[in-house]
Design a binder for this molecule. Sequence first.
Ligand SMILES: NC(=O)c1ccc[n+]([C@@H]2O[C@H](COP(=O)([O-])OP(=O)(O)OC[C@H]3O[C@@H](n4cnc5c(N)ncnc54)[C@H](OP(=O)(O)O)[C@@H]3O)[C@@H](O)[C@H]2O)c1
Length: 257
Amino acid sequence: MSTKALEGRIALVTGGSRGIGRAIAERLAGDGAVVALTYARNEEAAREVVRRIEKDGGRAFAVRAGLGRHGDAAALWAGFDAGIDAFAPERSVDIIVNNAGIGRSSDLAALTEDGFDEVFAVNVRAPFFIVQEGLKRLRDGGRIINISSGAARLAMPEAIAYGATKGALDTFTLNLAKELGARGITANSVAPGIVDTDVNAGWLRGNPEAEAHAASLAALGRIGRPDDVADIVAFLASPDARWVTGRTIDATGGAGL
Ligand SMILES: NC(=O)c1ccc[n+]([C@@H]2O[C@H](COP(=O)([O-])OP(=O)(O)OC[C@H]3O[C@@H](n4cnc5c(N)ncnc54)[C@H](OP(=O)(O)O)[C@@H]3O)[C@@H](O)[C@H]2O)c1
């Protein structure tokens, strides 16, 4: 009988109810991890992901965890502790995937202070304190994987603060790798380009012109799929990636080459 790459591991995936996070949760569970997947509002979607994972023989549970407020990380881990008891009473975690994020942003002229604070609170402050609080549970040899964006590397003035949040996340990743390396913990970012998820549905889906333009931005000539990103995360989470840390892995299909 073959052993799965993540058998015996426990993973936390924030924003696992939809889009890229859902694909990551399903992939890590398929690789044998027990997956705690968080959501903000969409309980039914989160339950559906858990059902699909269980149907395929995996193990998962959902945790409601709205991010972007003070105390959000502590509340998230309290939900994790409550749910993980059924699987692993020692309440440890091996893989933390900071995926939940919001793209709401605008250009320099239009961005309000509240809008700026909101996007930084969800995309930067929440991952920071999720890791700080999670370190009490993260086992040696663990993995931290932050979902960044090609927007940290390619100028996108129409979403200027969003790009800045992802740049901050990459710098956070770099420092985590240095600080935690002695424990065999790796920290990496994965930076997708345009991916077909709900966040892009409004302007992309059913609009052939927009789809063709988005596809043309990638050297590989198509729009990204959630599983394109999930497969990279699965590699970084696996024992095979033990010697990769402090990096941002491009997942744009070759945008801006
Ligand atoms: N899609 C892209 O083109 C693209 C490109 C580059 C980078 N990314 C990054 O990839 C990550 C996932 O994006 P996606 O496109 O998969 O997003 P999505 O389809 O909009 O899904 C977002 C997920 O995050 C959760 N979430 C949203 N706001 C939250 C909040 N305030 N607190 C807690 N959870 C929250 C949602 O929960 P509910 O279901 O409960 O709402 C959902 O599970 C983000 O960090 C994003 O910046 C996306």
